[in-house]
Design a protein. Structure first.
Length: 91
């Protein structure tokens, strides 16, 4: 993965989810500024804590754990690069 400016990371993560999960709805919000000083924060207010709101036909018939696993698998590269927390809201 190339270096992505932290403020743009939410958009890149959203694009990755769109590519991997063919969602009907997808939104990624960087909530890092609200977690300044918490574990995993990097001091910039960007790039560590995210909220994902997503609906995908791939979720049909799967348990909540399996749905979340699909999201985590799609975003694993970003987790490996320092994303600390992802809140997933399956719509």
């Amino acid at each position: 993965m190339t270096t992505i400016p932290l403020p743009a990371l939410a958009q890149v993560m959203q694009q990755r989810l769109a590519e991997k999960l063919n969602p009907t709805v997808v939104e990624v919000v960087d909530e890092s500024a609200a977690h300044t000083g918490h574990a995993g924060a990097n001091g910039t207010g960007f790039g560590t804590h995210f909220r994902v709101r997503i609906a995908s036909p791939l979720f049909t018939g799967r348990s909540r754990v399996a749905q979340h696993r699909l999201v985590y698998d799609a975003l694993q590269e970003f987790i490996d690069q320092g994303v600390h927390a992802i809140v997933i809201e399956v719509l």
